[in-house]
Design a protein around this ligand. Structure first.
Ligand code: PEP
Length: 247
């Protein structure tokens, strides 16, 4: 009942010409899994990416959006600009933004509300640190992050995608076991249900954290995992193709 999503987070990789080159390779892929495919290039490459994606079923995502409409926010990008560029999804609250750019649960919530108000679909990232995992408080951490991020979302809950990304698994080659990822995602869905009731069954919750061509099949076989947010393995067309066609 939930359509799988495979989203590539290209982070601070690929120049505009390299972005177009990768998109041209991805456009040749036959998507046999039925997954919705999303690519999230650097902000400065979105314009080039939008041009290359014209007439393609691959959707365009951004990696961040500011919560104000305009003003003195050097280096940020507003929702209206993303919309005008043809962006449909936007990653919000990625752990790298939390770690290096002082993103908090509160700013994640503000950005999520602005995205939804502007017609963008947020991919809201939550995940525990290694210390929190070792302390056995993973579920508490991710459920609190989820509830704060989604405060005030209301009926727009159906436009929200959540990505469970254990911080210790991002870019490290370490992956949560499919069973652990499934259990944590079930807990996150429970937190959504507490606030938004049965809509929780419609919200897609992705797994992210060293998901790649080798482990995508096993992760995607879990009933609670509705897709993947992929970093490193989305930068190489041949690897990303295998993740996209995970089955
Ligand atoms: C990410 O940054 O969202 C991610 C999951 O990265 P990687 O796949 O490289 O761990």
């Amino acid at each position: 009942m939930r359509n799988p999503m495979i989203a590539g987070n290209w982070k601070m990789n690929k120049t505009p010409s390299e972005t177009v080159e990768l998109i041209e390779a991805l456009k040749k892929i036959e998507v046999r899994s039925g997954a919705e495919v999303v690519v999230c290039p650097m902000t400065a490459c979105l314009c080039a990416a939008a041009g290359a994606l014209k007439d393609s079923k691959i959707k365009l995502g951004a990696q961040n959006v500011h919560f104000e409409d305009k003003g003195a926010f050097t280096g940020e990008c507003n929702a209206a600009t993303l919309k005008e560029l043809g962006v449909e999804y936007v990653i919000i609250g990625h752990s790298e933004r939390r770690q290096y750019f002082a993103e908090t649960d509160e700013t994640v919530n503000k950005r999520t509300l602005k995205a939804l108000e502007s017609g963008l679909k947020p991919i809201v990232c939550v995940g525990e640190s290694l210390t929190q995992k070792e302390q056995g408080i993973t579920n508490e951490v991710v459920c609190l992050q989820t509830k704060v991020a989604l405060l005030g979302v209301g009926e727009k809950i159906d436009d929200v995608v959540i990505a469970y990304e254990p911080v210790w698994a991002i870019g490290t080659g370490r992956t949560a076991t499919p069973e652990d990822a499934n259990d944590t995602i079930r807990a996150i869905r429970g937190a959504v249900r507490e606030v938004y009731g049965d809509a929780a069954d419609r919200v897609r919750i992705l797994y992210g954290g060293s998901m790649n061509d080798k482990n995508a099949h096993d992760l995607m076989a879990q009933p609670e995992i509705d897709g993947g947010l992929i970093g490193g393995a989305s930068l190489v067309a041949e690897k990303f193709e295998k993740v996209i066609n995970f089955n």
